[in-house]
Design a protein around this ligand. Structure first.
Ligand code: KG4
Ligand code: ZN
Length: 348
């Protein structure tokens, strides 16, 4: 069989994405984001995101047809994110995918968003051919995965036990008076700062915590430490140095993320690491990842930023792998699962 031509729909958070791929070849990646509508709330508001998906879905589909010259009537299958994510947001994408599958008589595959973040790298660097680790860091997730087969063998090694990494960046940015989403602003401010200026805590890295949460992450203690530092400086009548706080906070997050990830690679005999999610754009994270991966003899792969953030191409890329393996499509009464486990790549 030639490489499957698949249309992918993503709507788990604030990006409405429609992607079209043929095997590992990217044909279209249309994305509409409702980010602007969430700015005044300082975070994604689920109801607002759902409504925005409803409005953006058809125009985004049309954009993807237009960019690729491929219409849904031409594809072999439709893939859609059915979890994890915001329930109301997921429902919009799944309902759209079901409507298309019924109208054009196409098989429908409900797939896992997190695994899509891993699959997308195939569009950039080719198919996975060896055991791979993936660190997925965004506003909604912080997960460390072990991938032996992108469809049949994905394991969760660790995840955040409180805030997601991007969420921590966004919350700390707010404390520092920087706009939402805070990640890029902290990244920029940190360039002028000293990452060693303030010694912020590294969550779950010592003693008992390491025993129980070897590859898990925690950022809420760090966030509180930043708040305490800022309040202390203000009480002392001093203006705190935003650049130093940003750099020191960022260093703490990226140090822990990469140290645990590389430890996991070494422990599990992994020679390839993929990064995904919006926080993968962070300069310090990339520096640490490059330096530490190199030292451990691990190949580092980072997809381009448009493929790191949420998009439909990642869902199409994963869908295409599922189709290639000849797996049964999902049923048309497919439900969404806001906390779909990573070990479940395809919904029944
Ligand atoms: O993957 P993404 O676009 O969307 C979802 O979270 O679904 O990730 C957005 C997150 C935000 O929390 C944003 O602050 C963070 O990624 N982010 C960054 C950077 N660029 C985006 N965090 C740190 N450094 C960056 N350069
Ligand atoms: Zn995501």
């Amino acid at each position: 069989m030639s490489e499957p031509l698949v249309l992918g729909i993503e709507s788990s958070c604030d990006e409405t994405g429609v992607g079209i791929v043929r095997g590992t070849e990217l044909l279209a990646n249309a994305v509409s984001s409702s980010m602007e509508e969430h700015v005044r709330f300082g975070g994604v508001v689920p109801e607002v995101a759902s409504r925005a998906h409803l409005e953006a879905m058809v125009p985004t589909l049309e954009q993807a047809y237009c960019d690729s010259g491929v219409h849904v009537k031409d594809v072999d299958a439709i893939a859609v994110t059915c979890g994890p994510g915001l329930t109301g947001a997921l429902l919009v994408g799944v309902a759209a995918a079901k409507a298309l599958a019924l109208a054009y008589d196409k098989p429908l595959y409900g797939v896992n968003h997190l695994v899509g973040h891993v699959a997308v790298d195939q569009l950039e660097h080719g198919r996975y051919d060896e055991r791979t680790a993936a660190l997925l860091v965004s506003g909604g997730h912080t997960s460390l995965l072990l991938v032996d087969d992108i469809v049949t063998d994905v394991q969760l090694l660790g995840e955040t036990i409180d805030d997601a990494a991007g969420e921590a960046f966004d919350k700390v940015a707010r404390v520092l008076g920087l706009p939402y989403p805070g990640g890029p602003h902290i990244d920029r401010a940190a360039r002028e700062g000293d990452p060693k200026a303030i010694s912020f805590p590294r969550g779950l890295t010592t003693g008992r915590d390491m025993e129980k949460h070897r590859f898990d992450f925690s950022f809420s203690g760090l966030k509180s430490a930043v708040v305490r530092h800022v309040q202390h400086e203000e009480r002392m009548g001093r203006s705190f140095a935003v650049a130093d706080v940003a750099a020191s906070f960022q260093d703490a997050v990226c140090d822990v993320l990469t140290a645990k990830t590389i430890d996991a690679c070494v422990e599990h005999g992994v020679k390839r690491l993929v990064l995904g999610g919006g926080v993968a754009a962070n300069r310090r994270l990339r520096e640490y990842a490059e330096e530490r991966a190199k030292k451990a003899g691990v190949e580092l792969r980072v997809p381009p930023p448009v493929l790191c953030t949420d998009n439909g191409a990642m869902i199409a890329a994963l869908g295409s792998e599922v189709v290639r393996r000849g797996l049964e499509p999902s049923r048309l009464d497919l439900a969404v699962d806001s906390s779909m486990p990573v070990s479940q790549v395809l919904a029944a």
